[in-house]
Design a protein around this ligand. Structure first.
Ligand code: FAD
Length: 460
């Protein structure tokens, strides 16, 4: 293996390859719960360097795992001691912005937050936004088809990608860097790499679609006491704000109490005794008119008793502190670990019964001390569910998975709304995809990566 590592060094330079004891000094995931176990970490600076590295790995049948910000949380970037981790961390440049065509060409290792900043400097906006924005990368977002907080308005990452450059298992560079909004010239090859979790190729560059810069943001935080009221206020907000409604996020009461009053981690903007809490936010281009319309609609919701308590954020700082409760994933892990965290989707109308049944099943199995904490992107039909049974044995995770995933099948739900499959959900993929679909996925994999070196064992 020293010989292979030397070949990598000859291509990427000494600083481009981390090997020996230094590998395990690197974290294996965003939560710092695991360490990197790879044979070595290769950090190419260019697509051409990566192409040469891939050719060596393919010729020697060495497994390759691409990594971005390690925020995926489904063990998609786990490596064995025989596998090479390809970190895109040195391919982190915004290459160009087309202000008229509203596109941006970026390298795959560019952090999402940097894309937001550069877009804003050009009076534009990149519409995908999520809590991990400071760490996650565009390559990781593409490979997981990340959703985030603005899906009801803009869709997922797939909707924001116009073109992709990727390196295949054998080192072939596929340059499909289309910058056109309209381009109907046969198979849309970029789609192969979106949501593929690094199993069909390594994304090196992308052309992102941008939108006019948001000039006004208005957000409210409301409480309701039953699920019907929650869906009523979602309907009312959708009707009142139309395309300007960018987020409709929910926190079940227990989740809100845990991260505010019970732990003291975040200030509580509203009294904590209610059953459900929701954030809704609108983005627009006309600050004065947007605020007036937002305030009027909020007053109407209150008048019509669609909410039992509520507050309109009066400043960006106040909005941020409310979003901080919704995005406090680190707090959730700190307070409830050991826990199993899920990212599922289902029809909105079925959510409440599903969660009530799940909570009852969890408590029947592990007693009243067990906790189920629920939050997520209600407007997208996507919930995050943390299950903390308080006792943890070898098979506990699998037992919880069975309770969470089994009922989803009959609801037409998905075992992964956003984070992808990785290793964690692989055994449950058949819950959400048919055998025919899985076979087509396997034949795509076989065609593009016949030796199976790309992210081996993940997803399929
Ligand atoms: C606090 C927090 C909030 C989050 N909120 C959301 C949310 O709202 N919505 C959402 O969708 N997700 C969310 N996530 C999950 C996560 O941020 C996303 O999945 C993100 O897209 C992963 O990006 P990353 O760069 O960290 O990828 P990594 O975790 O490094 O990798 C994820 C997968 O992509 C592959 N990969 C990475 N880079 C490449 C590449 N260049 N080419 C090919 N394959 C590659 C990896 O092999 C792995 O399979 C959240 C995570 C955290 C920690």
């Amino acid at each position: 293996m020293t010989e292979i590592i030397n070949k990598f060094i000859a291509i990427c330079g000494e600083s481009g390859v981390i090997h020996g004891e230094d590998v395990q000094k690197r974290s294996g995931d965003w939560l710092n719960k695991t360490i990197c176990n790879a044979l070595c970490v290769v950090r190419p600076k260019t697509t051409e360097e990566l192409s040469q590295i891939m050719k060596i790995c393919n010729d020697n049948a060495i497994g390759v795992v691409a990594s971005g910000g390690l925020t995926g949380l489904v063990h998609g970037t786990d490596c064995t001691k025989e596998q090479v981790q390809i970190s895109l961390e040195r391919m982190n440049k915004v290459i160009s912005v087309d202000e008229i065509g509203k596109t941006m060409l970026v390298e795959a290792g560019t952090p999402l937050e940097k894309v937001h900043q550069v877009a804003s400097e050009h009076d534009l906006n990149y519409a995908v936004d999520l809590g991990a924005r400071g760490s996650c990368t565009i390559g990781g977002n593409i490979s997981t088809n990340a959703g985030g907080n603005t899906v009801i308005r803009y869709g997922m990452t797939r909707e924001q990608i116009l073109g992709i450059e990727a390196v295949l298992a054998d080192g072939t560079i596929v340059s499909s860097l289309n910058g056109l909004l309209k381009n109907n010239t046969g198979y849309d090859l970029k789609q192969l790499f979106i949501g593929a979790e690094g199993t069909l190729g390594i994304v090196t560059k992308a052309v992102l679609r941008l939108h006019p810069k948001t000039k006004s943001k208005n957000m409210a935080f409301v409480a309701v006491d039953d699920f019907a009221a929650l869906t009523n206020i979602f309907k009312a907000a959708s009707n009142a704000f139309g395309g300007n409604l960018t987020s409709f996020e929910v926190l079940w009461g227990d989740h809100y109490r845990l991260l505010t009053k019970d732990s003291g981690r975040n200030p509580a903007p509203l009294a904590t005794e209610h059953a459900y809490y929701a954030i809704f936010e609108t983005w627009g281009l006309n600050p004065e008119k947007d605020k007036e319309h937002f305030d009027d609609c909020f007053a109407e919701f209150a008048e019509n008793e669609l909410l039992v308590d509520g507050v309109i954020a009066q400043s960006e700082a106040q909005a941020k502190s409310i979003w901080a409760i919704r995005e406090d994933i680190a707090g959730l892990y700190e307070l409830l670990s050991p826990l199993a965290l899920f990212d599922v989707s289902m029809p909105i109308k079925d959510m409440d019964n599903y969660i009530n049944d799940l909570t009852q099943n969890v408590k029947e199995k592990w007693g009243d001390i067990a906790q189920v904490s629920v939050f997520g992107h209600l407007g997208d039909g996507n919930l995050h569910i943390a299950v903390s049974p308080k006792v943890w044995e070898n098979n506990t995770h699998r037992e919880i998975e069975e309770l969470v995933y089994t009922p989803l099948k009959s609801l037409g739900g998905s075992v992964s709304a956003e984070h992808g499959i990785g290793l964690e959900k692989r055994d449950f993929l058949h819950n959400s995809r048919s055998e025919i679909e899985l076979n087509i996925m396997r034949s795509l994999k076989q065609t593009l990566d016949p030796k199976g070196i790309l992210n081996p064992g993940k997803l399929l």
